[in-house]
Write a protein of this length. Structure first.
Length: 344
């Protein structure tokens, strides 16, 4: 549990966990946006990115946040105002719930569920409801088209996302994220357990599938048809301003960090490195978050590298890629994993 080494009442533990998650999500968003969207993307395109706000542009997000807070919260005259206002909250709530089960150490986890990966994949789907709510309630044809595109896309790519995880679950023999970390830490490569057995070596196909499906779940290029600026003028977000638009922004990039952390946990050993204690201890709980952060940033770099490299797919290409290629490939990966699990 993410609590002090004291006996705390349940409400005190719950308060600490909620506050920790409330701090982590905006912080993760700031790190992701500043590192990759502002600077990495800029340097890949031979430019500097934001440079005016703070040293080397480090305070640009503070300036942007202040700008969003000052903007008026507008809504179309014909909008369903309650649903319109609730939609970005639903999207952001999905992101907050993702962080609940991601372990950053033996005890550094808000809730260590036995079905942690199932919970994470389930709550990630809630964002689809928020996007549909935004598209329908905006009373705007562009927004509705964006919402419907997003729903079709997220439903299609949920399948390879889940199926990519099944191979890891079969190999680890558990749905617990801590159990998956332990399985990798205690594994061996050809009888040598020096670094354990990160599942990236045996589930490299699942890792690639997970990254591609994550890209689509985040509606990032080349899977950004739901918010295609040239066609839909930002899609389901077109009527949003101020803090409501900021919530969508936080939800997208917070989820990017969360999915990167999930991938790091399932395929790269999570918070564990040789020398740390799986059963607890102060050192493991202090070092573990740093290890997980480093691995998460590596995975996030791959996600944003794809974002900056490939052009947008057409809607038919997007659906074909999921149903004709990713899903059959993920099923084949599950079959091979099962065969090797039984044979070896």
């Amino acid at each position: 549990m993410l609590t002090l080494a004291l006996e705390l009442a349940y409400w005190q533990q719950l308060t600490i966990k909620v506050l920790a998650i409330l701090i982590i999500v905006p912080t993760a968003t700031v790190v992701i946006v500043q590192t990759f969207l502002f600077k990495t993307m800029a340097h890949m395109q031979s430019r500097l990115g934001p440079m005016e706000a703070g040293p080397h542009g480090l305070l640009q997000l503070v300036a942007d946040g202040a700008k969003f807070v000052q903007k008026e919260l507008l809504a179309p005259a014909q909008a369903d105002r309650r649903v319109f206002a609730l939609a970005p909250v639903v999207v952001l709530l999905s992101t907050f719930l993702l962080f609940v089960v991601i372990p950053a150490g033996p005890s550094a986890v808000a809730e260590d569920l036995d079905i942690g990966i199932f919970f994470a994949l389930a709550v990630s789907s809630i964002s689809v409801l928020g996007i549909l709510m935004a598209g329908w309630s905006s009373a705007n044809k562009y927004a509705l088209m964006g919402g419907l595109r997003a729903a079709g896309q997220l439903i299609a790519y949920e399948l390879p996302l889940v199926l990519a995880v099944v191979g890891v679950v079969i190999q680890a023999g558990t749905l617990s994220l801590q159990g998956i970390v332990a399985a990798q830490a205690e594994g061996e490569i050809f009888g040598v357990g020096l670094i354990g057995l990160p599942f990236i070596f045996t589930q490299f196909v699942g890792f690639a599938l997970f990254l591609v499906a994550t890209q689509a779940e985040l509606t990032q290029p080349p899977f950004d048809m739901p918010i295609a600026e040239s066609e839909l003028v930002a899609g389901y977000q077109v009527e949003y301003s101020g803090l409501r638009f900021l919530f969508f922004y936080l939800g997208e990039f917070g989820a990017a960090f969360a999915f990167s952390a999930l991938a790091a946990t399932m395929f790269l050993g999570g918070w564990y490195v040789p020398g740390l204690d799986l059963d607890g201890g102060l050192v493991s709980n202090l070092v573990g978050p740093g290890v997980l952060f480093a691995k998460t940033m590596v995975v996030a770099f791959l996600i944003f590298w794809i974002r900056f490299t490939y052009p947008r797919l057409r809607e038919d290409q997007l659906q074909t890629f999921a149903w004709k290629y990713l899903i059959p490939l993920s099923l084949a990966n599950i079959l091979l994993t099962g065969v090797f699990k039984v044979a070896f």
